[in-house]
Design a protein around this ligand. Sequence first.
Ligand SMILES: Nc1ncnc2c1ncn2[C@@H]1O[C@H](COP(=O)(O)OP(=O)(O)OP(=O)(O)O)[C@@H](O)[C@H]1O
Length: 507
Amino acid sequence: MSDVLLSIEGLTKAYPGVLANDAVSFDIRKGEIHALLGENGAGKSTLVKMIYGLVRPDAGRMTLDGRPYAPASPHEARAAGVAMVFQHFSLFEALSVAENVALGMENPPPMRALAHRIREVSETYGLPLDPARVVGDLSAGERQRVEIIRCLLQEPRLLIMDEPTSVLTPQEVEILFATLRRLAGEGTSILYISHKLEEIRALCDRATILRLGRVVGRADPQALSARELAEMMVGQELMTPSRPPAPRGEVVLDVAALSLASPSPFGTSLKSVTMQVHAGEILGIGGVAGNGQDELLAALSGEMLAPADAIRLCGIEVGQLGPTARRRLGLLAAPEERLGHAAAPDMTLTENALMTGAVRQRLLNRGFVRWGAAREFACRIIERFDVRTPGPEHAARSLSGGNLQKFVIGREILQRPLALVVNQPTWGVDAAAAAAIRQALMDLAAEGAAVVVISQDLDELMEISDRFAALNEGRLSAPRPTAELTVDEIGLMMGGAHDMEVAHVAG
Ligand SMILES: Nc1ncnc2c1ncn2[C@@H]1O[C@H](COP(=O)(O)OP(=O)(O)OP(=O)(O)O)[C@@H](O)[C@H]1O
């Protein structure tokens, strides 16, 4: 019997102006953890969507366990033993874990029996989860467990995971990896997509590397360094972000005892958040998702109003000003959710450039849009941030996730803010593009802007921020110089350990 589970031969898929997959061929063996690597827009999502029956190939074929495999829908893919955990969770917040799992099953058993099975699977695979809890109360890591357990209940032969660790703490990543290793040991194959190359090296047996829709390499990830893998992906040498040491200037952004109730029932209220960000400085804010990051961004951008004197920009009270007025003064923000929040999916890139650039780029004239100038601004973002798209008249939705992220961050940086607040600036962005975004944020600070980077990527925060603070249940710890901290201490601050415990560990 062959040891190959899924064989992919010559899969091809074209979109207008782009060959997303060009005769892609590779095998996934039984019981292996196979990494799919590639820079943004390389075609990874398109490929897994074809495997999961969401997109139909233009050409090529697949076999599963030696038999022809051409799923016309995810339903057919699941019936054949293929399961997928998506980047974005599709759970109902008001329902319990068990009810959510039942909704995703073809033939759910009675609730009691299902709750029992969820407990069983969660214990067997070391993924603690209470079936009775309401999903709205769960952390991002726990929500992911719901998705994984939902997949495991189908006893899949192939489990596809798209960027599974971007919402997890280091400790949760360890738990997930132990689960995946155990599944592979039992014979389940795993196709694993991630931009985190150190994780790929720690977890995966083999890697297939895509560039511009084609397979450009196959590698043993454990035999190569993360840098070598990244260079195979981009086909060139990588740069390391750096900046000359600069003295820090006056306080630009001053937040004093900011308390705000979250507008969402499952949100986190901000509790007396205090921070001062100086000209020329990057303040990194770490924390597990759902600890007030979205609320902090909304409070600083002006989407949520605050007491006037709780937020000051260069001494001016801005707490009561909305986003446009704050932008005019030079306080800019880029939220985490790129499709729908930072960018309007069905609008063109030019229209999206206009959306936040109108005031500072002077794209309006007596109420009329200066379309030529808006297009020129969009083109500048595309060029300066290497956004892969056929042109600015294409819809935001047609860009790969990482390319849209480069567009959204580039749009704010090019507006020369006095203070910029970004949430997860390199989420889902490949190694080369992440380095470019980090360099751009550092250049912006070097030019004298005050920059706040909210991120769950600790390595990123260690690399670029001057000072670090952790957000936990809506409270911000006192910022400390990053150079003084170890990754372990930061991990503890993020997990809500109090100063005492951090001091204890440090000692
Ligand atoms: N529905 C679509 N319509 C038009 N173009 C698309 C569509 N989906 C993907 N593309 C294009 O196909 C190419 C491959 O995109 P894909 O999403 O597969 O890349 P990816 O490797 O998953 O990228 P990322 O790491 O950024 O998520 C990109 O150029 C993208 O713009």
